[in-house]
Write a new protein. Sequence first.
Length: 105
Amino acid sequence: MIVLVVDSKDKEKLPEAAAILYDALSDIEIVTGNVPILVVCNKQDVVFAKRATIIERDLQQEIEQLRRVRKAVREQEQDGQSIVDNADQSGSGYLESLKGKFSFD
């Protein structure tokens, strides 16, 4: 099991947490091993802390943005490589979609 602790009060750390979560969801060993990932929203009792539902929404948005950026970078890198190199690397290295791979339960 992987436990990711998110500080509900520190909104500036959310992109870092999303990147960590994205990397875990992109790891083939974690995905094929059906390793559960627990996202814990710490400091929920603090005034002005984000609610867990808001953190969930923000994490999903951050992960989707990361997915788009990393996919674009990968495609740009592949444009500079030969067709043979592309065939060896296609289909891995970034999270294609969150659908079916991750949900908040």
